[in-house]
Design a protein around this ligand. Structure first.
Ligand code: PLP
Length: 393
């Protein structure tokens, strides 16, 4: 079979999230969809905001000649300027269209940044629990992931990060609000990390780029999500509208480099080249037009807060140990059984589908994605009660 050994290996160890999703499909057929409570995939059931539908209609009604053609690989100037304007405002820094590359989502932006930065063998620090694709994205470009566990409250452990940095460290990925924990990193934590990176850069004579993966930045339940550029000098934002405009299927996102990033002009040239030669060429033209005027629009975050509270309050009442998420749409409780895979199997018997923490580099926990209808969440609560009772909680 003409499939690379590495890919074959990845397929064999196929993602827990996918595995649980497929299991869910089987159970739905066996038991009826109304008896299955699927919390596995972070694929929001919420529709995009009304403004997006209106903007889509406006664009369709007023076609511009050439709107389906190739463009600059970085994306439309007008779109990049609109994106930059909001970042510049948030960060109080002179971010301009020149610092932006429009991408096919945050996933593509991460790959573009890795390709731009990494030499073979370069190390990239990731903080566990982590979004599992980071491992693959780093490997795609010859990098080596170095996993550093977070503190018990899932905040970055700066001492552990300090111990993990070497002369080969090229970057660190941070993700706040976090998938899978929902935790937001406060400014003080980011500043401490920024100070550490600056100190290590000096010690090794290197540049270490903080890659802030922040597709959930606008899904905060009140806590400030600080601008990474104000805390860390060598920083790049990667993000998308998959979650804040509920557009994951439309593949639109961007990367933004801090104006203070070392050799920022060369980095941007590298990123535009990487976007082209990775085969993305440019982010979808129609999507770029669509989001240009929607930079200050988001899904109704209050609805996610209701969902968080429904589940968080029930879990706490039942005796689960769980860090209260400040944003995003995930919960990451500790498994009441030492083997979380066994716990996930027991939950499955009650129709509750979850993802084991091992899938995020954090055994002993499990992930709940709660980006689903309130009705399904409420309907699941008696099943959670039965599960807890069965486990003697
Ligand atoms: N980063 C994190 C932490 C995510 O949770 C996701 C998607 O779930 C992504 C990146 C990729 O998002 P997209 O490529 O759809 O923008």
């Amino acid at each position: 079979m003409p499939v690379a050994a590495k890919v074959k290996k990845c397929l064999e160890g196929s993602s827990w999230i996918r595995k649980m999703f497929e299991e869910g499909d089987k159970l739905r057929k066996e038991r009826g969809a109304e008896n299955i409570f699927d919390f596995t995939l972070g694929n929001p059931t919420m529709e995009p905001p009304l403004e997006l539908q209106q903007e889509l209609q406006r664009i369709a009604a007023t076609p511009i000649p050439g709107m389906h053609r190739y463009m600059n690989n970085a994306g439309y100037e007008e779109t990049r300027a609109a994106v930059a304007e909001v970042i510049a405002e948030n960060c109080a820094l002179p971010v301009s269209a020149a610092h932006i590359v429009m991408t096919c989502g945050a996933g593509a932006a991460l790959n573009v940044v890795m390709k731009t930065l990494l030499n073979p063998g370069d190390e990239v620090i990731i903080l566990s629990p982590y979004f599992v694709e980071y491992n693959f994205y780093i490997d795609n470009h010859g990098g080596v992931p170095v996993v550093v566990p977070t503190l018990p409250d899932f905040q970055p452990d700066v001492n552990a990060i300090a111990a993990a940095i070497t002369a080969r460290t090229k970057a660190i990925i941070i993700n706040s609000p976090n998938n899978p924990t929902g935790v937001i990193y406060p400014f003080a934590a980011l500043k401490e990390l920024g100070d550490l990176l600056a100190q290590k850069e000096q010690e090794y004579g290197t540049t270490i780029v903080a890659i802030s993966d922040e597709p959930y930045a606008r899904i905060s339940f009140g806590e400030e999500v600080p601008c990474i550029f104000t805390a860390i000098t060598n920083a790049v934002i990667v993000t998308s509208h998959s979650k804040d405009l509920a557009l994951p299927g439309d593949r639109i996102g961007y990367l933004a480099a801090s104006p203070a990033l070392k050799n920022v002009t060369l980095f941007m040239q590298g990123a535009v080249f990487a976007n082209r030669v990775l085969g993305f060429v440019n982010a979808p033209a129609l999507m770029q037009r669509l989001i240009t005027r929607l930079q200050r629009v988001s899904v109704d975050v209050a609805q996610y807060r209701v969902k968080r509270d429904l589940l968080y309050n029930k879990l706490v009442e039942l005796g689960f140990e769980v860090v209260k998420p400040g944003g995003g749409f995930y919960l990451f409780p500790r498994s009441p059984l030492p083997d979380e895979i066994e716990f996930v199997r027991r939950a499955q018997q009650h129709g509750i589908l979850l993802v084991p923490g091992s899938g995020f580099g954090a055994p002993g926990f499990f992930r709940i994605a709660y980006c689903f209808e309130d009705e399904m969440i409420i309907r699941s609560l008696p099943a959670w009660e039965k599960l807890a009772a069965e486990l003697g909680m």
